[in-house]
Design a protein. Sequence first.
Length: 613
Amino acid sequence: MPRRQFLLFLAALLGPCLFLLAFGLRLLDQERQLEQKRIQEERQRQADRVGQELLTLVERIRLDLALTPDGRPHPAVVFVGKWREGRLEFPWDAPSKAQPVCDSSADSAFCGRLRQAEHAELVAREFDSAAQGYGEAIQAARQPGTETHARLRLARTLAKLDRRAQARIEYERVLRTPSAVVDEYGIPLGLYAAPPLLATERGRNEVLALIWRHLEGLDRLPAPALYMLRDLAQEAGSGEVVTRLAERIQDREQAVGLQRDFARLMPVSRTPEPMWVPFGDPPWLVSIPAAGRPAEGLVIALRATDLFSRLSPAARGVELARGNTGEPLGENFPGLLVTLPALDQTGAASRRIFLLLALVLVLGLTLFAGHLLWRDVRREARLAEMRSQFVSSVSHELKTPLATIRVFSEMMRLGDELDRDTQCQHLDTITQETARLSRLVDNVLAFARIEQGKQVYRTQSVALAGVIDAAARAIEYPARESGFQLEISADGDLPPVSGDRDALEQAVLNLLSNAMKYSGESRRIGLHLSRDESAALIRVVDHGIGIPNEEQTRIFERFYRVPSTENEHVPGTGLGLTLVDHIIKAHGGSVEVESAPGKGSTFTLRLPLGNHS
Ligand code: ADP
């Protein structure tokens, strides 16, 4: 195939393929970008929804706290504090109104007795008189706080006197002191009676009951009271209470951190609306007072995980982000990032797979069509080449006999003195060459008719012995001239077949002439007529150059000639076997080849005997 045609073909096929590939890849890329954008928008929408829901929740809590400050606080509330004069104040910060036990002369009778008793107990170690002194001080006390102080000392002295039952009664009295009665550090005085009571089961239960009562109002207790309660709970063996108290203590520590950092958080708030900022770990949401009123405001700290667990089922799976990656929840929650549950992307993935498959399919189809086209084009090109070869070989084949005829006719005309034998020889040669010419013309005409679909076989009853006889006679002269020995055998009682006698003779003649052409050094040719159960067999055997296995089917193609060096100098058109095949198939038969290079070939024409058998 010419190079230019090949390049044009490549351009015609590869161009669209490359375009298709680029287009497909671009489409895939666009699809991916679109999907990313969709996911981003969807996440933003989800985050906005969650932000809105969270805002409604925290604002409701804030409103509840503002409307009913003494009501039961929401479980998510850690504390409600105040921003006042540049400082964050906690509810437990309220200074204790309690005075030291004896710091004034206002209660001089009580203080005098208490000091005497303390001297007797701690210095003189006269416990009996000390106990009596403390009892008198209790009588003289005018406030519950001072009385409880004296009673604590009395209980201690009774214990030293080993009057345990009495001591316990006094401790129990102290334990029942109202929790509002505190020392100057804000610690409820009742708590001081708890340790000695823990020794008995009854005392332990009373202490635990006291601790439970305090758990209700932990917000108002100072940190040391919390530590004391925790230690008591630990000694009393109540793990649940210890855990709750440990959590509160941790809250206090985190609150101290918030107090330190609060001023730094403040400038975040720029809008007149109060804002909620995340703080600490475990995370809190802390309300920052509105920008317009930075001097004073309510500060509420809420447990973020508690809040998130209260969101609607649509927002489930949303969590506070750890680190700096996450979706922002909008301007009401500056700095608050959340992680959203993964979006369902199966739709996008299947869309991409579909696109990819479509691309592969279209590319595959285009390449397959290109392959078929390429095969057709190559076949046509080969045929065109063969045709032009055919024209040149036909012209060559025509020229040789014509030249011989002309030479011998000239010799006859000019040679007056030629003897009779020589004249006969010349005339034989001319007849022989004419026969060869007409064989060639017959082949070409038959082929032309076949190509145009006009070939008609006239069916008659044909004796095959006659056919091979006629063919042998037609080839006899040139065979003899070239030194060939023709071995002929025929099965005598073969019934006639129905067919076109001339066509069958032409087929046998073509095989015989091939046997002569491709015999190489060998000079033996066999022509045998026989039969098997259902068919007559005409066999042409030579011992010539043979045909390679892979060429044995191709030799029946039109114009095809085996491309070997031995064949190069043998004249031929590549039509002989095409015609043989066509004729025999038209008679319902088949052509078989047995051949091996260098060993010779046997062509068998198998013709059905039909109802003549
Ligand atoms: P051609 O005019 O070339 O002989 P054919 O159609 O008769 O055309 O044969 C096709 C090809 O088959 C030949 O060119 C030759 O290569 C091969 N061929 C045919 N008959 C024989 C044979 N008896 N021995 C070897 N090769 C043969």
